[in-house]
Design a protein around this ligand. Structure first.
Ligand code: C5P
Length: 224
């Protein structure tokens, strides 16, 4: 069997990891999983049904439905992208029972990528540390929080969502704090991850840098 490459992209909210991971997967012809969407899916379902995202039993019940029948289009729902759902996601993500259930889903994706792709890119908070510690290439992306909040604020504005910059910043601080301080798989770089600060970089700069690093480490080029 041909070796399947695993690329792990972790980092803080709005650091640019999702955009990078998607671009890498497309260029390299790998399958892509945005693992944040799994937590967002649970947070969204709980809010929609008037339940509390801190409530362990309810969160675990929804997590189990992911295991049984999650359709790829379920993760395409634009409502998953909003800030309220991001906060709910980070609450359910602190529940260790939820993480254990999602771990299996993520590992299965990494080992058996759809479409028999020759590799996978996963982005999240604990891919390099917990989900795929054996990943062939690990990147941890961050940027100064003021810059990340500014990026997120502009993105929301372009979608016609009116939140103040201060609200976006406060939400992001709270989410980073919860994600890095929880006991279950906290957000942190793996010991063997390459750290990248994207504060002064454009989307294209980040992609170019990552492709160079991947080529150096794995010896693979786009299109190969
Ligand atoms: O990446 P995104 O901002 O969509 O993730 C939403 C939330 O899901 C994060 O704030 C984090 O709490 C949680 N998450 C996680 N582990 C992952 C991916 C996301 O805990 N691998």
């Amino acid at each position: 069997m041909m070796k399947k490459y695993i690329i792990a992209i972790d980092g803080t909210a709005a650091s640019g990891k999702g955009t990078l991971a998607r671009n890498l997967a497309q260029i390299l012809g790998f399958s892509y999983l945005d693992t944040g969407k799994l937590y967002r899916y649970i947070g969204y379902a709980l809010l929609r049904d008037g339940e509390n995202p801190d409530e362990e039993a309810a969160a675990i019940r929804v997590a189990k439905t992911i295991q049984i029948d999650l359709h790829p289009e379920d993760l395409q729902n634009p409502a998953l992208g909003c800030d309220g759902v991001g906060q709910a996601a980070s609450k359910v993500a602190a529940i260790s029972g939820v993480r254990t259930i999602l771990l299996e889903y993520q590992r299965n994706f990494a080992r058996n990528p759809p479409d028999a792709a020759k590799g996978v890119v996963l982005d999240g908070r604990d891919i390099g540390t917990v989900v795929c510690p054996e990943a062939d290439f690990k990147l941890y992306i961050d940027a100064y929080i003021g810059i990340r909040a500014q990026r997120r604020y502009k993105e929301l504005q372009s979608k016609g969502i009116s939140l103040t910059y201060d609200t976006v910043l406060a939400d992001m601080q709270e989410r980073d704090r919860r994600d890095s301080q929880r006991t279950a798989s906290p957000m942190k770089p793996a010991e063997d991850a390459i750290l990248l600060d994207t504060g002064a970089m454009s989307i294209d700069d980040v992609l170019e840098k990552a492709l160079l690093l991947i080529k150096g480490r794995l010896g693979i080029n786009p299109g190969q």
